[in-house]
Write a protein that binds this ligand. Structure first.
Ligand code: CP
Length: 309
């Protein structure tokens, strides 16, 4: 049976932890394993970080990536997702990395009889999950010396439409972090009975939420997923719910600043805070390649490299 990375919840016990540790090791210079075969990258939604890092990761473990632009594929002639992936599977690809606006698309693909021998990776499906982002964020913190058992982390902004925050909430629970906090405008907070956020401490005021945390994770307003956006004034939003320069100055030196990207400068985070020494944003991007290498190694059960004579 093929392995899949669809969300954090369905990963077998220990795998999320192992993927994080493996990414940290790879980022520290461990040798990648050698994989064989082809992986198709199918992004029906735009992406820079996730698409490019999966492509680089595939190359670095010896896979051949095939990047398909759906806007130039037979999708535009009306071909269904099911028929597109069945076509790729029939050509013998070993793995499919999929991003789609509809929640559940990756899981639906993984359950198809036509993709039985293909490993499916969810690279973001609607508001549902973005597991590799959560894993790489945790790996970035751990590589920077953070002990999950002592970590209090705040996610703030548009939680309701954030697949990153959902995957992170599941992952951090598995990693046994000390505290998960969430804060945002009422219309952007998760539902009170959302089981993913059952352990989260909720705040109605960003300054209160920031007091005493070890890490902050800013979230972009997911305009592409919001039907009736009430926010018209970015400056007002920034003042109330953004990591302003003043708020960043009040944070202690040990506090790590994260953002999954892409960043809307001056909305959820001040442009100057992105370059703050406490900001891990570009380190998250770098870790993305190592984490996705670890994902391919695990998915495809790749061999250890042959020792050089
Ligand atoms: N974080 C993230 O998913 O970024 P991209 O949309 O650029 O892939």
């Amino acid at each position: 049976m093929s392995r899949h990375l669809l969300d954090i919840e369905t990963l077998p016990p220990g795998v999320a932890e192992a993927l994080v540790q493996r990414a940290v090791a790879l980022s520290g210079g461990a040798s990648p394993e050698r994989c064989e075969g082809e992986v198709a990258l199918l992004f029906w939604e735009p992406s820079t970080r996730t698409r490019v890092s999966f492509e680089l990761a595939a190359r670095r473990v010896g896979l051949h990536p095939v990047v398909i632009d759906p806007s130039r594929s037979s999708s535009v002639k009306g071909e269904s997702v099911e028929d597109t992936v069945a076509t790729l599977a029939a050509m013998g690809i070993q793995a499919l990395v999929v991003r789609h606006a509809d929640a559940g698309t990756a899981a639906r693909i993984a359950a198809l009889p036509t993709t039985e021998s293909v490993s499916v990776v969810n690279a973001g499906d609607g508001v549902n999950a973005h597991p590799s982002q959560a894993l790489l964020d945790a790996a970035t913190l751990i590589a920077d010396g953070v002990d999950p058992a002592k970590l209090s982390i705040l996610f703030f902004g548009d939680l309701r439409h954030s697949r990153v925050a959902r995957s992170a909430a599941s992952l951090y629970r598995r990693l046994g972090i000390r505290e998960l906090r969430v804060a945002g405008p009422p219309e952007m907070m998760p539902d009170a009975d959302d089981p993913i956020f059952r352990d989260a401490v909720r705040f109605r005021d960003l300054d209160e939420a920031l007091a005493g945390v070890d890490a902050v994770n800013a979230l972009r307003i997911q305009r592409e997923r919001i039907v009736d956006l009430a926010i018209s004034d970015g400056a007002e939003y920034h003042e109330r719910w953004g990591l302003t320069l003043e708020r960043a100055k009040r944070l202690p030196d040990h506090v790590r600043i994260l953002h999954p990207g892409p960043v809307n400068r001056g909305i959820e985070i001040d442009a100057r805070v992105i370059d703050d020494p406490r900001s891990l944003i570009l380190r998250q991007v770098r870790m993305g390649v190592f984490l996705r290498m670890a994902v391919f190694e695990w998915l495809l059960g790749c061999r250890q490299p042959v020792p050089e004579a």
